[in-house]
Design a protein around this ligand. Structure first.
Ligand code: AMP
Length: 405
């Protein structure tokens, strides 16, 4: 059974705030961040811009930077020409091998904490009711249960709510019926939108973790429901759902060789760099939702016109808006929506091109990270590193096994 370690908030945070709309204010204000900034240099084209945005009225966000916090800049490794026989390359290969070996002898069940709760929702519930339950329970997804057949009926995730939003945006005449939309109707919504059913993958709790992750890579699912089959009753039963974060934390806590993964992100080309979907504080939530659905991404960075990272709009932020019950609020700007975020929001996790997965695994050990924004020393957005990117690299990079799918 996996070690059940409570995630504690990293004390190494850099408190900053997000301006709802006014970028000029950001550029001309002084940085009064209380945490030490390892690099005080300014961007050539913005001499007054400080390392982090200054606090402003409205929603406060926190930037958490492995590059700053877990390894002093001074000992960051400089980029060197690619050579496959350097110690850093050998260590990287050995680290990846250790992780894969570990995943091959562990089952999915072992990823679960010692105690956990499972909330299943009946497909006969309305979408509105399901939203209330998720909000009350503080969760963002749940397995669905079809009580007419007593079987597992898929996974409800934020993507379903994004689809609903998009559907009613395209068919405003049907909005009057939204309160009676059932979870079982979500399939019809997918058909009308011509989008694939999200998260259809499921595996047995006894499945080898490595195999389950290979399947997850193919399906692009972000969660894996653990579903067992009872041959006596010929029925399925959900044990739990494991998330990408939970899997990466399991690796971080149990494979010490993660500290051998020191090659910089830039060298291993990990993350997405070109064609990043971004928005401004003035973009409407509806437009951002559209992008998330069509591009199948779970977050959109919020940037200034110059490309400085201010915040990140996440798919789960839509739940905060929908829980008001007023779908008209989806015309809010991103700035307004972020101001309505809970005070408990953990902040935006950032890293730099020079970081290796070693520092990122250290962060994962301590904090519930869902993605990292790759920024330069002046907070210019350079790329996005999602948990799926990391898992893909762990499983696929330099892969040498002939027998694996
Ligand atoms: P995610 O859905 O966030 O797990 O990411 C799935 C893939 O899309 C990963 O390869 C990410 O690097 C990439 N990605 C995530 N967000 C964005 C974005 N806003 N723009 C472009 N690519 C993204």
């Amino acid at each position: 059974m996996a070690e059940n370690v409570e995630v504690t908030r990293s004390h190494n945070t850099t408190p900053t705030a997000i301006p709802p709309t006014n970028n000029a204010h950001l550029l001309s204000s002084s940085n009064n961040s209380s945490s030490p900034s390892p690099n005080s240099s300014t961007h050539p084209s913005h001499p007054s811009l400080h390392h982090s945005p200054p606090p402003l009225h409205g929603h406060e966000a926190t930037f958490v930077r492995p590059a700053d916090l877990l390894r002093p800049r001074a000992i960051s490794r400089p980029l060197t020409p690619a050579r496959s026989d350097r110690p850093i390359d050998r260590d990287e290969r050995a680290g990846l091998k250790a992780i894969r070996d570990f995943l091959r002898v562990r089952t999915c069940y072992e990823v679960l904490p010692l105690s956990f709760r499972l909330i299943e929702l009946d497909v006969g519930l309305t979408v509105k009711e399901s939203l209330n339950i998720l909000v009350q329970c503080g969760i963002v997804s749940a397995p669905l249960w079809d009580s007419t057949t007593s079987t597992y009926a898929g996974l409800l995730t934020v993507t379903d709510y994004l689809n609903v939003v998009r559907y009613y945006n395209l068919h405003a005449d049907k909005l009057k019926d939204i309160d009676s939309l059932l979870l079982s109707d979500l399939k019809d919504v997918e058909k009308v939108l011509n989008v694939k059913a999200p998260e259809t993958l499921s595996v047995s709790p006894e499945a080898i973790l490595y195999d389950a992750l290979r399947k997850q890579l193919v399906s692009r699912a972000r969660r894996i429901p653990l579903v067992s089959y009872d041959s006596d009753t010929q029925r399925t039963m959900v044990t739990s759902v494991i998330t990408q974060y939970r899997i990466l934390k399991f690796i971080a806590m149990n494979v010490k060789e993660t500290d051998m993964l020191r090659k910089p992100l830039e060298t291993i080309k990990l993350g997405t760099y070109g064609k990043i979907v971004r928005c401004s504080m003035d973009t409407t939530v509806l437009d951002v939702v559209d992008e998330m659905v069509t591009k199948n991404i779970s977050s959109v960075p919020v940037v200034t016109t110059e490309g400085v990272l201010l915040n990140v709009f996440e798919a789960v932020d839509v739940i905060e808006i929908l829980k008001t019950g007023d779908y008209g609020n989806l015309t809010w700007t991103v700035g307004k929506a972020l101001s309505a975020r809970s005070q408990n929001h953990p902040g935006i996790y950032c890293c730099s091109f020079e970081d290796g997965l070693d520092t990122i695994f250290e962060t994962i050990k301590k904090s519930r990270v869902h993605r990292l924004m790759i920024v330069d020393d002046n907070n210019y957005l350079k790329g996005i590193l999602s948990l799926s990117d990391i898992l893909h690299y762990l499983l696929v990079e330099g892969h040498e096994e002939p027998n694996q799918a």
